[in-house]
Design a protein around this ligand. Structure first.
Ligand code: GLY
Length: 424
């Protein structure tokens, strides 16, 4: 089977690495990929939003399965474009990817179907939003309705901050048309957990849990990033919580999408808050999370190509999804200055150290080949260093040890990934 993966970050590297282990995978391509992905797939220079070029490539190269990983192409209809050309594709169609593509849609869905989430109001004008804020309790959360590179959520501790947030999103248009409409919602407190699930339109299969660290600096300080590290499983996501979420959140969401005529096939990522009143949905994503995927897939026992096909064919009920009884920690090595200003193009050394070592992985988020063939930094997030362990503590010790094997100028990382493990 020839497989084309759309995307070029750490998530796509983890997916390509996992797919490469399938006996069904005869050849894997990745568009556009990166220097790390090139070790498991042939990278083709096609942008993630160029559907015409992707379809042309897929037809010319006899691609049997396309896996669309990032949110933007999914929301814009990448899967629909493939299907229209008669090519099998894994991921939600455009009418289902709206689950992530519009915060107002997802909040309305949860309200309509009684899925636990924070109370909210939706606003189409800054005047109405500002008037609401006069009496709304703080802290309060502002969310741009559309996709905003994961940065369209503002947690405002004061009314002043909230007013400034409305200006940023709706007047200054920091995230473009994503801020034409905003959702203002109640601030929730508790532990955050990420739960990824495979969905075939009606059946949902739950992967192991994980937790992300979104802020740039130790102690959850600094700016929001695409994620500075993850661990899996979350010790706070108990069997009891899992049972509750399956009954009240996961299956109801899949059923609600089908009832709305928006059958969802692909991955639903449930961003949960474990509040004193029980688990509630913080957000939905219509795709694998990053860097969650970098700790979840190394623990997955199944052939991922079988699971992709089952999601497309509506036969997920025949898949017994299994994970190793171990733990994984991923520490992101970033360029100093990320997520604001940073330099690129520095030579990376030490990557070979991962080759012979079982249970250690280096997934590339932002790398490319330099002029002399040497791999160099090419992004804010550069590498995800993942290690397994029999316990979370062991996995964390192993992951931080492995971060020392890698060298590049301006290397930056958080030193407290998985600190919550000690509180469990
Ligand atoms: N780790 C959060 C995300 O993938 O959006």
């Amino acid at each position: 089977m020839k497989i084309l993966i759309i995307g070029g970050g750490g998530r796509e590297h983890a997916i390509a690495w996992k797919a490469a282990q399938s006996p069904k995978a005869e050849k894997i391509y990745c568009a556009p990929g990166n220097a790390g992905i090139a070790s498991v797939a042939e990278c083709v220079d096609i942008p993630v939003m160029d559907f015409d070029a992707q379809v042309k490539f897929a037809k010319e190269n006899g691609i049997d399965l396309v896996v669309v990983a990032p949110d933007d192409p999914l929301a814009a209809g990448a899967v629909d474009a493939m299907e229209a050309a008669g090519i099998r594709a894994f991921g939600p169609r455009k009418n289902a990817a709206i689950l992530e593509g519009s915060k107002a849609f997802s909040k309305d869905l949860m309200k309509k179907y009684g899925i636990p989430t924070a109370a909210y109001e939706t606003f189409d004008t800054p005047e109405a939003a500002l008037a609401y804020l006069e009496t709304a309790p703080v802290p309060i959360v502002l969310k741009a309705d559309g996709l905003a590179l994961g940065k369209g959520v503002l947690i405002c501790n004061t009314r002043e901050e909230a007013r400034a947030g409305v200006k940023t999103l709706m007047l200054d248009k920091q995230f473009g048309s994503a801020g034409d409409r905003i959702v203002i919602e109640q601030f929730m407190t508790g532990r955050e957990v990420s739960v990824l699930t495979f969905v075939d339109g009606k059946t949902v299969r739950v992967m192991t849990s994980a937790q992300d660290h979104k802020r740039a600096k130790d102690g959850d300080q600094g700016l929001n990033t695409g994620g500075m590290g993850t661990f899996s499983p979350s010790p706070f996501y108990t069997d009891e919580i899992d049972a509750y979420c399956r009954e009240h959140i996961y299956q109801p969401t899949v059923d609600a999408m089908r009832a709305e005529g928006r059958e969802f096939k692909g991955v639903i990522f449930f961003g949960l808050m474990l509040t004193a009143d029980g688990p509630k949905v913080l957000e939905y994503n219509a795709r694998f999370g990053d860097p969650e995927t970098q700790v979840v897939l190394p623990r997955m026992k199944n052939d991922i190509v079988d699971v992709f096909e089952a999601c497309i064919d509506g036969t997920l009920d025949r898949i017994d999804l299994q994970f190793d009884d171990n733990a994984a920690v991923c520490v992101v090595l970033a360029s100093d200055g990320y997520p604001e200003h940073y330099e690129k193009g520095f030579a990376i050394s030490g990557l070979d150290a991962f080759r012979e070592r079982e249970g250690y992985y280096v997934f590339h988020a932002g790398s490319r080949f330099g002029a002399d063939g040497q791999i160099v930094t090419n992004g804010g997030r550069v590498l995800g260093v993942t290690a397994l362990g029999s316990t979370l503590k062991e996995a964390r010790k192993n992951a931080y040890a492995a971060t020392e094997w890698i060298r590049f100028d301006n290397k930056y990382m958080r030193h407290d990934i998985g600190k919550a493990i000690d509180e469990a």
